[in-house]
Structures are given as C-alpha cells and as structure tokens.
Design a protein around this ligand. Structure first.
Ligand SMILES: Nc1nc2c(ncn2[C@@H]2O[C@H](COP(=O)(O)OP(=O)(O)O)[C@@H](O)[C@H]2O)c(=O)[nH]1
Ligand SMILES: [Mg+2]
Length: 329
C-alpha cells in the first residue's frame, strides 16, 4: 500500500480589490470611453486577479472579440520592441488604436528589460490611441503568464483595434504565443549567432510571418537565405509564410509587415471571435492543470514520490498507475 498524498493546500484567497465593486459597470464605461486611468485600473485588477476580477470579466464579456492579437516573438536583442514601436507608428498613422503587452521573462531582480521596452516604445508616449503594459512573467519561467491573457481581454474590452504581444521566444514561450495570439510574427536578425539555430527548430513551426529585422545590417541577406532555406524544407508551410526584411530603425519594410498582418488578420477575422477566445481559454485551463499537477507532485513531498517510485521499481505498479495516484491527490 502506498501512503496517500496529503491534500493539496487550499487556494489562496484573491487579493482585495482596489476599485469600488459597486461601480464596475461605470468603470467599464469609462474605460470604453478611453479614460486611461480606468483602462489602467481594469488591467491592474485583472493582472492581480483581485476580488474584482470575476465581476470585471463578466462586465467585459459583451465587448470582447473585436481586437486582433498579434504576437511578436524571437530571441532577445532581435529588435522586437523597436519593431513593435515602428508598427505602432504605422498603425497610428492609419488611425487605428493599439494595445501593447510586453512580457519580460527575466526575474523580478533583473527587471531592467521592462524599462528598456518602455524606452523603445516611444510611439506610445502622449498618445491616447496607444496603451502599453509591461508584464513580468514571474513564476512562469519561460512561459507566458496567464495574466497576459486577461490583459488581452481588458485591452480588447477597452476597444483597441489590435493588441501587440511581445514575448521572448525561449522554449515554452513560443508554444504559448502560438496558443494565445491570432497572428504569430517570428523575428530574427543577423548577428544573433546560435539563437538563429535555436529559433529555426521551434519558432518556424508556429510562424505566420517571419521577419528578419536589422535589414540595414550586414548579414541580413544571409539570414534571409538561411530562413528561406529552412522554410523550403517544410514544403507545407513555405508557400504560406511570408519572409520579410525590416529595419525597425529606418522604417524599411514596416509597411509591408503591417500589410502582411492585415492580410492574415482578414483571414483570422472570418473565424468567429468566440472560437479565438475559446482557444485562449483552453490554453489557460491546460496551463492551470499542469501547474496543479506540478504543485501536487511538490506538495506530495519526496517521501510519497519515493514510495510510488519503490512501487514502480518493484513492479507492483506501473508508472502510469503511479501517475494516477499522484493526480488523485
Ligand atoms: N541596426 C539596427 N538595430 C536595431 C534594429 N532594431 C532594433 N535595433 C537595436 O537592437 C537592440 C535591441 O533592440 P530591442 O528592440 O530592445 O530588442 P528586443 O530584445 O528583441 O526587444 C537595440 O539597441 C536596438 O536599437 C534595426 O532594425 N537595425
Ligand atoms: Mg524587448
């Protein structure tokens, strides 16, 4: 007989709301009217998953499904933030409103990158048509914080036309972006060395658009050729995925990138908004489930796992049966 796993610890209560719960619909109305303080307050409550979050999410429901979500991912230093800034400028010239979520995967200790993103996104300064929120992915090393999905809803509910989601493409993150974004832009650049190799393996699979940024730098053409070569091996996707050369610094190729976003956006918009949002909800559930499993294994402690391991070693139980015991808690 194996020792039963201790019950998983009770869920921590939601942090208290900083807004007046009696005024949720008024707050949503102010947010939809473009009041920045209201947008910021709603985003903050949803990011914290405070006691106000359920009421806010419910009040947002009728207003969701308008925004197109474009994920920008790639290795650090490829120029994602600079490129996002250039795309914002282009979209703003067309009068379209933009929400930006910059997810920084670094630990809270090395949070400097967040400031860096803010500095590069100068297009967002003093413009009511742009709202930028930086988000540390604390506790989700290499993954996308579920808070990002709630912030997407807040920005969508606020009425922004397009939400740009910047994430560093490392491991789990790239898969998460594939689940969460409607359009996936994968960014590389010359001079990133091994990162390009790593990127080829994971990121090519999920790209709707490939971008070689820093097109003003030597080696850009070679990087283009490398990517085209890698894509041509995957014949099924090579004819669908545009490979674009941009310079976020001097603006070359930005109009073409926005056009490619729009082309794919039109296709995506034919899918009912609810199924795009359902995909994000599925991601949240899968993510929460794997977090629960991880927590349960941890809370079970080494001794219970050791007991199960002994059972597997002695042949009284298969690894599958042991795993089921872990899940049963
Ligand atoms: N030459 C050149 N440098 C760029 C370009 N885009 C970004 N950079 C520079 O590359 C560095 C990293 O940019 P950043 O946007 O922070 O990259 P991220 O880490 O991918 O977000 C910065 O010094 C940028 O000024 C570009 O198109 N050409
Ligand atoms: Mg950045």
């Amino acid at each position: 007989m194996t020792k039963p796993m201790p019950p998983s610890k009770p869920e921590t209560p939601a942090p208290p709301a900083r807004i007046d719960l009696a005024n949720v619909s008024e707050l949503i109305a102010r947010m939809r009217g473009g009041e920045r303080r209201a947008i910021s307050a709603v985003i903050t409550e949803l990011e914290r998953l405070s006691a106000a979050a359920p009421a806010l999410l419910q009040a947002l429901q009728p207003h969701l499904g308008h925004a197109l979500v474009a994920g920008f991912t790639g290795p650090p230093g490829a120029g994602k933030s600079t490129l996002v800034n250039a795309v914002i400028e282009n979209l703003r010239k067309q009068g379209r409103t933009v929400g930006v979520i910059a997810v920084d995967p670094s630990s809270p200790i090395s949070g400097g990158a967040i400031l860096g993103d803010r500095i590069r996104m100068t297009a967002a300064l003093d413009d009511d048509g742009v709202f930028v929120r930086s988000l540390a992915s604390r506790g989700y090393l290499g993954g996308l914080s579920p808070a990002a999905v709630r912030i997407i809803d807040a920005m969508d509910g606020a009425g922004f036309d397009i939400v740009l989601l910047e994430t560093v493409g490392t491991g789990q993150n790239e898969i998460d972006v594939a689940e969460v974004a409607d359009i996936r832009v994968v960014i590389s650049a010359p001079g990133l060395g091994d990162d390009i190799q790593a990127m080829k393996s994971g990121l090519l699979e999920i790209a709707d658009i490939m971008v070689v940024n820093k097109g003003d730098r030597p080696g850009a053409e070679q990087t283009m050729q490398q990517l085209l070569g890698a894509l041509s091996i995957r014949a099924t996707i090579s004819d669908k995925v545009p490979v674009l050369k941009t310079s976020a610094l001097n603006g070359d190729g930005i109009a073409e990138l926005v056009k490619a976003l729009d082309d794919i956006g039109r296709r995506v918009s034919q899918e009912p908004a609810v199924s795009r949002r359902r995909r994000r909800a599925r991601y949240l559930i899968a993510r929460a489930a794997s977090d629960l499993v991880a927590a349960r294994i941890k809370s079970g402690g080494k001794s219970s796992l050791d007991t199960l391991a002994d059972g597997v070693l002695s042949g009284t139980m298969t690894p599958d049966q042991a795993a089921k015991k872990v899940l049963e808690g």
